[in-house]
Write a protein that binds this ligand. Structure first.
Ligand code: NAD
Length: 452
């Protein structure tokens, strides 16, 4: 479904009229169509700022250099030069007065960050904060980051934060590449913990990052699932693309484009977990990446909702996820360094009118990944949830025009995301380089106002 506002602004015949009417013009977001480059920051203007006494700058510097960036501590005086990437080690901020480092770093450059620029702030992990005051100051970064994301969003600049554990500094490189790279275009205002809880993989390549891996994507015939299957395959994975038997023909057609393995199956049927486990065991000896994407809505106010509408949503969105994982884990089919990603939703974070069933199922997934993470850590398995906001798919295409139009604008980037944007986040969480991230829910919503 095309975004009418963006179309009007980009059309030479109508752009002057909509501008004259004062209709907001959403920025054109940068998007990649290829896989990860080995040195994605080559040629970028990169700024690395530090708070005195921080402990992450050296690790960040190494990771930036490895990604091709030659960084500066300051922008050159020539005011036409813009920063493409700003990284700040704020781990030294432990007392209120230390916040001054944030002001000193960002105030002078607020008008000098390029369109579609990236800002990443690294704060001390709560695990490394020795006093309540230090913890409070570290936590305060979230307010800064989320506000900055709102101020810079209209230029397509994303602002995100990592809490870095001292013991996990060697795991910053993967998140740094994602959050400072083009693929995170619709992920902003997010805060993640990078921890050493999960056993790290022996190697973590950053391009063709998934070569040799096998991935399962449910609901892969269209929308976010299809984009994810394509993106994982682009990164070198063999992808088993599962969808309902009614979509089999379509599934076969799309799979041909990325050498995917089509699998027609209703994931919510009683036999599905066992059949799926049997298929994966026999064909691949297990699975490296599981993306629980299949999901449905049956929206009604609770007063008008039928019991089948209630049950079906719970069955497909939640019970099937748990049943499949239980079977795969019980049989030891999720391999060492495995990755599980569940598709939650901002409705699961904030609730939504007419979605008591859907929001319950999606909120449960947030609890599910948090509960599973410590149980799977010793096997090197990370499990996370992704919570999309308003994404242009058949699911949102069903909405009434006005609801859809409002839904698209209620975020800092003033536009909907594309399936590829969600696929990028899922793919990153599937890579070995994301081994510091588990048990978390990351929103891909352009910093949606709902549930913010
Ligand atoms: P979509 O409706 O376009 O595609 C969903 C796919 O899942 C379809 O191909 C469908 O056939 C398949 N599917 C449904 N039930 C299945 C079953 N029982 N077994 C196997 N396959 C099944 O949806 P989408 O918009 O691409 O959303 C994908 C996921 O992202 C869903 O879990 C959804 O809840 C979540 N999500 C989407 C948005 C959005 O804005 N589009 C926002 C938040 C969350």
């Amino acid at each position: 479904m095309a975004d009418m506002l963006i179309k009007l602004h980009r059309n030479p015949l109508t752009s002057r009229l909509v501008k004259a009417l004062g209709v907001p013009d959403p920025v054109t977001l940068a998007r990649a169509d290829g896989g990860y480059a080995p040195r994605p920051f080559d040629g970028k203007q990169v700024l690395l700022c530090r708070s005195p006494g921080g402990y992450a700058a050296d690790a960040l510097q190494r990771a930036l250099a490895d990604a091709g960036a030659s960084h500066a501590d300051q922008l050159p005086p020539d005011s036409t030069v813009r920063a493409d990437i700003v990284v700040m080690d704020a781990t030294g901020c432990a007392a209120p007065a230390d916040y001054r480092a944030l002001y000193d770093a960002f105030h002078p450059i607020m008008r000098r960050i390029a369109r579609n620029g990236r800002v990443l702030l690294v704060a001390a992990s709560p695990a490394d904060c020795a006093t309540p005051a230090a913890l409070a100051v570290s936590r305060g970064m979230e307010g800064f980051v989320r506000s900055l994301a709102k101020e810079l969003g209209p230029k397509g600049i994303t602002v995100n934060q990592l809490y870095a554990e001292r013991a996990a500094l060697d795991r910053l490189a993967g998140p740094l590449r994602f959050f400072c790279g083009v693929p995170s275009t619709y992920v902003t205002g997010q805060v993640l913990h990078v921890a050493a809880q999960v056993t790290a993989p022996e190697s973590a390549p950053f391009s063709k990052a998934l070569a040799g891996k096998v991935a399962l994507v449910t609901g892969a015939a269209r929308g976010i699932g299809l984009a994810t299957a394509e993106r994982l395959a682009q990164e070198g994975a063999t992808v088993v693309a599962l969808d309902v038997p009614a979509a089999e023909e379509e599934l076969r057609r799309v799979c041909a484009a990325f050498n995917g393995v089509p699998l027609a199956m209703d994931i919510a049927s009683e036999a599905a977990p066992r059949q799926l486990a049997g298929f994966l065991a026999e064909r691949f000896g297990g699975i490296d990446i599981v993306v629980h994407n299949a999901g449905i809505t049956r929206d009604r106010t609770l007063a008008n909702m039928t019991q089948p509408q209630w049950e079906l949503v719970m069955q497909i969105n939640l019970a099937a996820v748990m049943a499949v994982d239980a079977q795969l884990l019980e049989q030891g089919l999720v391999k060492q360094d495995g990755r599980i990603v569940c598709l939650s939703s901002v409705s699961g974070v904030a609730g939504n009118f007419g979605q008591t069933n859907y929001a319950t199922s999606k909120a449960a997934l947030i609890g599910y990944v948090a509960a599973q993470a410590p149980l799977l850590a010793a096997r090197g398995i990370c499990i996370n949830a992704v919570a999309p906001g308003f994404i242009e798919t058949a699911m949102t295409g069903q909405m009434p025009f006005l609801t859809r139009e409002i839904g698209r604008r209620l975020n800092s980037l003033k536009q909907a995301g594309l399936p590829r944007d969600v696929a990028e986040l899922i793919t990153f969480l599937g890579t070995p380089g994301a081994c510091g991230i588990t048990g978390q829910t990351v929103r891909v919503c352009g910093q949606g106002l709902i549930g913010a």
